[in-house]
Design a protein around this ligand. Structure first.
Ligand code: G3H
Ligand code: 13P
Ligand code: ZN
Length: 332
């Protein structure tokens, strides 16, 4: 058993309480490779932002669970080296789908886990989430549950329609499971194709596509039912159009990739939403930079020459999210 506290990591309890109180959100960035992790830590350390490092089941399979855990431990030391005296870094399991995978993460040094029972019947979601909470809390590990279904792919679970969270269920769910935070569904979804062009309107000022509004009324109703309770927003990439354009300019084929407008995330961050999940934007920033180097310097074959620019581009993106969207700079 490795306790996360021995690795210099923290759980989400205190950082979420401060974020809800302070009207900002903590960035939860997915990672599965060294360059992403370096970029996240550099952005968080230089802006002094608390940060959540998220590992999905897919990332565990890709990079090896043990290696990822040691990388997170290394990230704490790297953050200190960068001059962040008291790093506020969480290592979080994203979309855990069984009790066993949550237990395995808790035993290997994770400070927070998500148990995603959102696709299960309500009572089964409660039962599974409660079981994970009872185990996790013995080790002061915090637990995120989910109510409502997001459209798109959630790890290996895929759904082409969403179901908004029912605000009538949240008190019962939070009370009976004892979870520390709750992911809700208000119209965001995973991946780079969150909306079809047909669902969007054109902003006459910018010519950009504007997606249908998120269900902020559902968020408000949830907040009224559970005042001050930490709420999580998945599927919150904005799909920066300049990255999409760069990818397509240099041989990519991303058609009509549309994300969540940043203004909406800014608004959400001011509410009880205290954790905002971003993965796809980092993938786009990495791919754009790599494609550009490949196209402009076809003779280059040293990975550092294309992964370096990819890392720089991701760091810029993370810093932008922290400073200009989530409002978490200077909070750690
Ligand atoms: O929720 C989905 C995350 O973006 C993780 O994606 O399962 O492809 O690693 P992944
Ligand atoms: P995006 O695909 O919008 O980045 O969402 C990531 C996410 O919710 C991870 O759990
Ligand atoms: Zn998610």
């Amino acid at each position: 058993m490795v306790n996360y506290k021995d690795l210099g990591l923290v759980n989400t309890r205190e950082m979420f309480a401060k974020a809800v109180e302070g009207g900002y959100a903590i960035p939860a960035f997915n990672f599965n490779n060294m360059e992403q992790l370096q970029a996240i830590i550099k952005a968080a350390a230089t802006t002094k932002s608390p940060v959540i490092l998220q590992v999905s089941k897919g990332a565990r399979n890709y990079a090896n669970a043990t290696l990822l855990r040691y990388m997170a431990q290394g990230a704490v030391e790297y953050a200190k080296e960068l001059g962040w005296e008291n790093p506020q870094i969480v290592l979080h399991l994203d979309h855990g789908d069984t009790f066993e995978v949550c237990k395995s993460c808790i035993e290997s040094g994770f400070s927070s886990v998500m148990i995603d029972g959102s696709h299960l019947p309500y009572e089964e979601n409660i039962e599974l989430t409660k079981k994970v909470v009872e185990y996790a809390h013995q080790f002061d590990v915090t637990v995120e549950g989910e109510l409502g279904v997001l459209a798109g792919v959630e790890d290996e679970v895929s759904s082409d329609h969403h179901t908004y969270t029912n605000p009538e269920e949240v008190i019962d769910f939070a009370t009976r499971t004892g979870c520390d935070s709750l992911a809700i569904s208000i119209g965001t979804s995973h991946g780079a194709y969150k909306f079809t062009p047909e669902q969007c309107t054109i902003d006459p000022a910018t010519g950009r596509m504007v997606p249908p509004p998120l269900a902020f009324d559902v968020l408000k109703a949830v907040e009224e039912k559970l005042p001050g309770f930490p709420i999580v927003l998945h599927g919150s990439s904005s799909v920066p159009q300049e990255e999409v354009e760069t990818i397509n300019k240099f041989g990519g084929a991303l058609k009509a990739a549309i994300g969540i407008p940043e203004e909406w995330l800014r608004e959400a961050a001011k509410s009880a939403v205290c954790k905002i999940n971003i993965d796809s934007d980092s993938r786009l920033a990495m791919t754009a930079a790599v494609r550009q180097v490949f196209a402009e310097k076809p003779a280059e074959f040293d990975p550092r020459k294309y992964l370096g620019p990819a890392r720089d581009n991701m760091e810029k993106l993370y810093r932008h999210k922290i400073e200009n969207v989530l409002g978490s700079a200077g909070k750690a």
